[in-house]
Design a protein around this ligand. Sequence first.
Ligand SMILES: *Cc1c(COP(=O)(O)O)cnc(C)c1O
Length: 465
Amino acid sequence: MADALERAYAIAREWFDQLDEMPAGATVTAEIMRARLTAPLPETGMNADTVIDELATKVNGGLNNAAGGRFFGWVTGGTLPSAVAADWLVSSWDQNGATFATSPALAMIEEVTGQWIKELLDLPRQASFAFTTGCQMAHTTSLAAARHAVLKAEGWNVEDDGLFGAPILRIVTSENRHASIDRALRYLGIGRNAIYEVATDDLGRIQPAGFKAALTELEGPKIAVLNAADLNVASFDDFATLIPLANEAGTWVHIDGAFGLFARASRAKHHLVEGLDLADSWSVDAHKWLNVPFDCGVAIIRDGTAHRAAMAQPASYIEPELDGRDQMDWTMEWSRRGRAIPVYAALRELGRAGVESMIDRCCTHCFNIVTRIGALPCARALSIPELNQGLIRFERSNASDAENDQFTDDVTYAINATGGAFFTPATWRGMRAMRVSVVNWRTTDKDVDRAVCSAAKILSAKLAT
Ligand SMILES: *Cc1c(COP(=O)(O)O)cnc(C)c1O
């Protein structure tokens, strides 16, 4: 055992030591990766430490430097030291997080950590929760609870009778939502066609009048899904206006807060998420802005009875929870990883103050990247970030919109090819843009300078041609 672990430790040390020098994105082609990794199923085995060495050699260049401070693609999040180390222990201890009996310590850590998350995000302390693989499954868990509750109110037991013959459910949500909502609805048998899309304003926020009209005009049981925040410009729906409208209509409100829910942990950003605590369920990702390794999301649900009714499953070999939490009563999985342990570690390492400072730092860095790159020739910030996400478009004068779409993509990929920073492209209101996402505790002013420099270098090279 020791040799393999020592090799892994040495490789991880080297990885972390080189984050600042490494290119921000992967550098090898799919062809090279495939050639290196493809092999027939091995007939015979080899030493564990050789396996580890060989693995690290083969993936070299095929890893994005997402743990480093210059990776601004998608919304990925970094990894805090205690969270990485705790994650190693999760694998070493190999506890099954299904029930209290399968790991008493793990059950207790989930109990405590779930409570901490609710406190950190200032959500109802009596709410139930589940540690899921990510926000996608936090949505699925939350919407399963919602499905139970709204159909129960119609006299329908969805756990016993399924959806065949059930009252038709409608989902009222934003045209500007994350596609994981659609997938959760598919998994739950509700289907995409149940979605009623409400129009949004120029920042992608639901228009209250359209929302109100949908709630009044659509018949039957309804669930509303709101954004905290949108992936592109981190805009928040107007919770203080929308949620009371939904409550009046007896509609369950679910919030997609994959990263934006962390605004609740910052006094400077709290105004963006005022009234969000009036909802019925919330999804958030610890593997994004809390900087724990993949994979960890959290579902938080006001009505614990609905949550448990949607998830719990008695089985002959399970003693009901006596001393502590049986996680499988709250999650979609049966056997599962102790994924709350790195969250426990991260919250212990940072404390409330450390989380707040990380959130605020990321927001400042995002503002600086977007406004500084946006001020370069041929560049334009499409919105001024209030949180951690922003968009920049690159445009040549006298070029058509389609040409500038192409130019924007070209510039984005050229910046990535410098290795100085990594961004991902997006489409916003029909236009291509380069998206900036800052969600890593490691990002420094120096990283921001390097990102801006990479963009400046590419733009002056493009302008010279
Ligand atoms: C990332 C993200 C999701 C999906 O989360 P996973 O953890 O990848 O399942 C959903 N909604 C928003 C707004 C996101 O940013």
